[in-house]
Design a protein around this ligand. Structure first.
Ligand code: D41
Length: 671
């Protein structure tokens, strides 16, 4: 190893290298060196700077870890004010905007727009002098903001030094700082574990993280940036268009939205609006809508502002994901395994694109933590398909005489005692299958698509059958007669015949579906599959003790205990016997060959397969001992790409994961 003696030169080399690796890792998502090499260089630089403090510079990557805490933030006046945005909420209003602006310009021609997602974070202005980040200020009221330079330096996607050649003497780059959804979830779990208040949403978490006087705290928070425009520039002409400005910003090493599009005419702007709206939930960050800006800077200047809102930009907002409403009642739901879940009955409210009238309160700890009471005004959040959630009580609106909610000591359905085992979040009804609620949920689960798949036996019908005392457990389903079913309210002759046929069809199943359908606690689809493929027969499973079960992959001591307990109960064995007598059956399980070439490998299926459906392929792969995952990561061993494979294929290529075609997969099956 060469021992560097020229410290100033070596420090500068190290800074350039580390900045370059940062850029490759964070900005273009294409790391060039392993983490260990990066760590080594970082360490070396840190050491030089500690030994020679005079060599420390503002753009040194070592400054990202945060420094001394401040007493307060200084106020900063923006050289060029930071603007605010006008909103529209539907196509009609968007078209009216376009019409209004064209009238103003006195033209009927289609205008060129740049469209990009409107991130839900905080606007920031980054000032670079001679290419080095010297100041970062929040938007504040648009005219003055706060100096958060020390904090912003800790954000890995913010370059401390711009790259490339044509860097102006002074340039302000504006962008949005945000917290990705995944980082937000992890942060909140940590907050709860530390007995600290969780953040309401990623935006609040980003704001709270950026406004820390101690930059070490900011450094520990998963913040990111996308840049969206320029402020002051000295020593360089302004670019001609927004899209050119974005190209420059990107060449300087700043991150710009990969969704940015240049479009002609407002009609074309509808495409990203619809498309991003549809992908909103699957994006890794929250977006509030789509921004359409006039691309030409000349036109922007002609159009100017009304107060501080540009006439040349508009935000097409998406439906809000948070709203305020009132808790009219709190009820207890009893689940399949007896778990009691408190549910808030809400005054119906339109949020996240649907009308919401219930929200889960999860469990006793959650209720205590949030202290939700009947009569409270609450913030409700619904993001995508996620179950609506009460995120916070608006305490200032709490009426007098509310009472603290407490979990019942007896099951509201069967009056059995409620118990809560140490260390478990959920309180449970001890009534077991004596409890009508548990009976119903167990039967619904048994009949569901991924279990026995009884076509036409929906939740409502199960409830009706239990309420009419026609069935009490899953084996009773197969004793139902046409006469009984036809006599039910809202049941026609034809539906009754169909249901009898569906029950008949469902009898022919697989061992793993059957196991899953039994509803043993903690035995999900994957565990059921593992049990089936390792133990092969029901007899062996029923006789297995906990030690044997733990040997199986995916089976821990808790699951093993639940399985043994389940089969220990005479009642459960009787139900199983009745199911078998009624004709429930499955083909014999084949031992998974652990030497198949894909055994133990993680495989992702994508695109359209020609020879079989994706679910058939999945079953076959599982049968050969592979794991089938839904998304591509570094842990993926193979991606099987069918016709029109899209983003998963590109991700695989980017990560260097092996990609094979359908024919190769068929080859695995015939080995
Ligand atoms: O993603 C954003 N939140 C975003 C905000 C964006 N992508 N572009 C923006 N562009 C502007 C103008 C049109 C003024 C250059 C903005 C904002 N403004 C903005 N953010 C907060 C206030 C204004």
């Amino acid at each position: 190893m060469v021992i560097p003696t020229n410290f100033p030169q070596r420090a500068s080399e190290l800074r350039d290298l580390i900045n370059k690796y940062n850029y490759l890792y964070y900005i273009i998502d294409n790391p060039e060196v392993p983490d260990s090499e990066y760590d080594r260089l970082f360490h070396e630089l840190k050491q030089i700077e500690t030994d020679h403090p005079e060599l420390l510079t503002a753009d040194s990557p070592t400054q990202r870890v945060g420094g001394k805490a401040l007493d307060k933030f200084n106020q900063i006046t923006h050289a060029i004010p930071m603007l605010s945005l006008d909103n529209v909420f539907d196509t009609e209003q968007l078209l009216a905007f376009d019409q209004r602006v064209r009238d103003w310009l006195n033209t009927s021609e289609s205008q060129v727009y740049a469209a990009e997602p409107k991130l839900d974070g905080l606007a920031i202005s980054l000032r670079y002098e001679q290419g080095v980040l010297t100041q970062a200020a929040t938007r504040g009221d648009g005219a003055t903001g706060e100096d958060v330079t020390a904090n912003v330096r800790t954000i890995p996607t913010v370059p401390l030094k711009l790259t490339g050649n044509d860097i102006p003497e002074v340039v302000e780059i504006r962008g949005e700082i945000f917290m990705p959804k995944a980082g937000f979830d992890t942060l909140n779990q940590q907050q709860i574990a530390d007995d600290k208040k969780p953040f309401v949403n990623p935006r609040n978490a980003a704001a709270g993280s950026l406004r820390q006087l101690d930059s070490k705290i900011t450094a520990s928070r998963p913040l990111e940036i996308y840049c969206y425009g320029l402020g002051e520039i000295q020593g360089m002409n302004k670019p001609d268009s927004h899209s050119e400005a974005m190209m420059l910003i990107s060449q300087w090493g700043c991150r710009i939205s990969p969704e940015l599009k240049r479009l002609t005419g407002i009609d074309e702007c509808m495409e990203p609006i619809t498309h991003l709206g549809a992908r909103r939930e699957s994006l890794p960050y929250d977006i509030a809508g789509v921004l359409c800006k006039f691309d030409s800077i000349q036109l922007q200047q002609r159009l100017g502002f009304v107060s501080r809102t540009p006439r040349w930009a508009i935000a097409h907002k998406f439906p809000a994901q948070e709203e305020i409403t009132i808790v009219e009642d709190i009820e207890i739901q009893v689940g399949r395994t007896g778990a009691l879940t408190p549910v808030a009955r809400l005054k119906p409210v339109f949020v996240g694109g649907v009308t919401v009238s219930n929200a889960t309160l999860h469990n006793q700890d959650e209720i205590e933590r949030k202290d939700v009471r009947v009569g409270d005004t609450v913030i409700v959040r619904r993001a995508g398909d996620v179950i609506p959630e009460v995120v916070q009580v608006v305490l200032s609106k709490r009426p007098d005489n509310t009472v603290l909610f407490s979990m019942p000591t007896h099951c509201p359905v069967c009056q059995s005692e409620v118990e809560r085992i140490e260390g478990e979040a959920k309180a449970r009804c001890s009534g077991g299958l004596y409890c009508a609620a548990q009976q119903k949920e167990a039967i619904k689960h048994f009949a569901s698509r991924k279990a026995m798949d009884v076509d036409g036996l929906g939740d409502k019908l199960v409830e009706q059958l239990v309420d009419e005392e026609l069935i009490a457990d899953v084996s009773d389903l197969f004793q139902l007669t046409l006469e009984q079913l036809s006599a039910l309210e809202r049941m026609g002759e034809k539906s009754a015949v169909n249901l009898i046929n569906a029950l008949q069809t469902a009898k022919q199943t697989t061992f793993s579906r059957f196991l899953f359908a039994l509803g043993i606690r903690e035995v999900g689809e994957a565990t059921a599959r593992a049990l089936a493929s390792h133990l092969l027969t029901l007899d062996v499973l029923q006789q297995a003790d906990e030690e044997t079960l733990i040997e199986i992959e995916d089976v821990g001591p808790v699951v093993a205990h639940h399985i043994v307990t389940f089969f220990h109960q005479a009642h459960n064995r009787e139900v199983i016997d009745r199911l078998l007598v009624a004709g429930v059956n499955w083909p014999e399980e084949q031992k998974v060959s652990s030497d198949s070439m894909i055994s133990g490998k993680t495989i992702v299926l994508t695109g359209t397969l020609e020879q079989m459906s994706r679910s058939e392929a999945k079953d076959k792969l599982l049968g050969l001992g592979a794991k089938v995952a839904g998304s591509v990561s570094k842990k993926t061993d193979f991606v099987v790409a069918g016709r029109d494979a899209g983003s998963k294929l590109s991700k695989a290529e980017k990560l260097g994961v092996s990609v094979v075609d359908e024919a190769t997969m068929l080859g695995w099956f015939s080995l």
